[in-house]
Design a protein around this ligand. Structure first.
Ligand code: CTP
Ligand code: MG
Length: 232
């Protein structure tokens, strides 16, 4: 493993959360959400550079101080999350070398602790294989038929919720994701693309506080997590 880069998809419009301001710019714990996300990555000395994919019509990015960091560059995102990630990978492919790695981390996950990031990177270094943060499913899961009747209780023993960051060899991920996009598959995370390419991907347990802000209640939760961590 030579250098480790990061791609941060931040080109979404936050439809489910709604409101005037896309969620990555909503203020939590004294800063725009995306600022916390970028700071969490910039804290790691292992990350050589970060590419942030932004909506080309985005006029709010100037408010994000971390985007001015020397290790950060931006690129126009695409219609779907996977397109935005791909744009970041293409930029890095021009700058990186054959044995570089890349981690993809949602802009909408502002509560990533440095310990988890470090653990993820250490695990990839040890194994030489792809790794993602994930958490074991805690709820009882039901399979439900179209008429609303439960048809089965699903064994959750082996089920995990995928989080980000997700860390892979740069060129292998670019090839795998590129193939999915060509085939018109809707890929919701990078691990899925690597799995389809037949590559092994492992999980490292991430904290349940590493949420993706999706709905209004998540904003309050993330605000609380960040304030507690900041000792406020
Ligand atoms: N994202 C992106 N480009 C897109 C869509 C999403 O870069 N075309 C980013 C979002 O900005 C976010 C991450 O991917 O940081 C995870 O996506 P999601 O939580 O679904 O965010 P949105 O797509 O913005 O929200 P929604 O699906 O509710 O519209
Ligand atoms: Mg979305």
């Amino acid at each position: 493993m030579n250098s480790i880069w990061a791609v941060v998809p931040a080109a979404g419009s936050g439809r489910r959360l709604g409101g005037e301001i896309p969620k990555q710019y909503r203020e939590i714990a004294g800063a725009p959400l995306m600022e916390h996300t970028l700071r969490a990555l910039l804290e790691s000395p292992d990350i050589r550079g970060i590419v942030v994919a932004l909506d080309p019509s985005d006029r709010r990015a100037d408010a994000i101080n971390s985007l001015a960091d020397v290790r950060v560059q931006t690129t126009p995102g695409g219609a779907e999350r996977a397109d935005s990630v791909m744009a970041g990978l293409e930029l890095l492919a021009q700058q990186g070398s054959e044995d570089d790695w890349v981690l993809v981390h949602d802009a909408a996950r502002p509560c990533l602790p440095l310990e988890s990031l470090t653990e993820l990177i250490d695990r990839a270094r040890q194994s030489g294989e792809g790794v993602i943060l994930a958490e074991p499913v805690a709820d009882t899961l039901k399979q439900v038929a179209e008429n609303g009747q439960i048809s089965a209780t699903v064994d959750r023993q082996s089920l995990w919720r995928a989080q980000t960051p997700q860390l892979f060899p740069l060129f292998a991920l670019r090839a795998a994701l590129g193939r999915c996009l060509e085939e018109g598959l809707s890929v919701t995370d990078e691990a899925m693309a690597m799995e389809r390419a037949g590559k092994p991907v492992h999980v490292v347990e991430g904290p349940s506080s590493n949420i993706k802000v999706t709905v209004e209640a998540d904003l309050a939760f993330a605000d609380l997590v960040l304030r507690k961590r900041g000792g406020q």
